[in-house]
Ligand binder design. Structure first.
Ligand code: ZN
Ligand code: ZN
Length: 325
């Protein structure tokens, strides 16, 4: 890089959201890579951050594909990559147990103490990067991160295939969770609020509905991907005794919550966050018919990021992309 500090375009949140044309390109720590971002996705977590989740300040964005511009490993330069978003310390007890995603010292791209990817450049440890197979076009590859988060459920809940699964929430994450689970379980129902999103979610044997009445109280596994504080209440009523609820929403504020049904029905409550990117990539390659293109609502150049966020906050929006052309 030049000795002159380089400037870049960036989408910055510092209490309010703005587009910056003249942001400093991040310095490159030892063992990290500088990535020239090509596309970034707006995610529900970004919306939560803007409501105060984690008191984040800085460049938003944690879903991206880009090209390695600079790093100590020359073989990686120029490669099309995405990256695991947790930059862990590598030294603490949790890191040594292979649980770097839970490292107390970790920085998280665009979420915690690390500028995100809605900019011309972002940085991540080289070990976080994953090369995107040539077979995956950009508009599928942008789903690696959220699809991996959906696949995490399959790794946490050891499905046998004959369960009755209900996914609550017809946002992008709910749909991806339903699609991922439907690759291993026959009987999956997605329940949402928006008829057009529910329509979009139809794939394989997935059953869908907008009427809460279709939910009985007999689900073996309920996934709460509603992104709303009432989701857990609906999940508790949909779950059978001794069933499992998977919590997939990080909701910034919780309303009144009565957990008595968890005790009375002896429900297992499982928190689920990020997944391994290998799982997401593998699923994308195994299911080329997974209709991800339907989930892309719109794409905007980075200069129009505010419009992009506006679009993403509308009820019918699924995935809105920001492009760094
Ligand atoms: Zn996300
Ligand atoms: Zn650590």
């Amino acid at each position: 890089m030049d000795t002159i500090t380089k400037r870049m375009r960036a989408v910055v949140f510092d209490g309010s959201l703005r587009f910056e044309a003249n942001y400093t390109v991040p310095a490159l720590p030892e063992g990290w890579a500088l990535i020239r971002v090509r596309k970034a996705g707006i995610c529900q977590t970004d919306m939560e951050l803007m409501k105060g989740y984690r008191s984040f300040r800085g460049i938003l964005g944690h879903e991206f594909i880009g090209y390695v511009e600079n790093c100590s490993d020359q073989a990686l330069v120029g490669k099309r990559v995405t990256g695991e978003i947790n930059a862990s310390c590598g030294k603490c007890a949790l890191c040594r147990k292979g649980l770097g995603n839970h490292c107390p010292e970790r920085k998280v791209l665009g979420i915690h103490q690390l500028d995100g990817c809605m900019a011309d450049y972002c940085i991540l440890p080289v070990s976080n990067l994953i090369e995107i197979p040539r077979s995956l076009v950009d508009d599928r590859a942008v789903f690696i991160e959220p699809l991996s988060a959906a696949c995490e459920i399959i790794e946490q809940v050891l499905f046998e295939g004959n369960e009755n699964v209900v996914v609550l929430g017809d946002g992008r994450l709910g749909i991806l969770c339903a699609w991922a689970i439907s690759t291993v379980v026959e009987d999956v129902t997605l329940v949402g609020h928006h008829p057009e999103k529910v329509e979009i979610s139809k794939w394989r044997n997935l059953k869908t509905g907008t009427n809460r009445d279709i939910i009985k109280s007999d689900a073996d596994v309920v996934v709460d991907a509603t992104g709303s504080s009432s989701g857990i209440n609906e999940a508790m009523s949909a779950c059978r005794p001794r069933g499992t609820i998977v919590l997939k929403s990080t909701v910034a504020s919780q309303g009144d919550l009565n957990l008595a049904p968890i005790v009375v029905k002896e429900i297992n409550l499982l928190g689920s966050r990020c997944g391994r990117f290998e799982s997401g990539i593998q699923m994308l390659e195994s299911y080329p018919d997974m209709p991800l293109g339907r989930l892309i609502t719109a794409s905007y150049p980075v200069e129009e990021a505010l419009t992009a966020f506006e679009r993403a906050s509308q009820g019918d929006a699924l995935k809105v992309l920001i492009e760094m052309r």
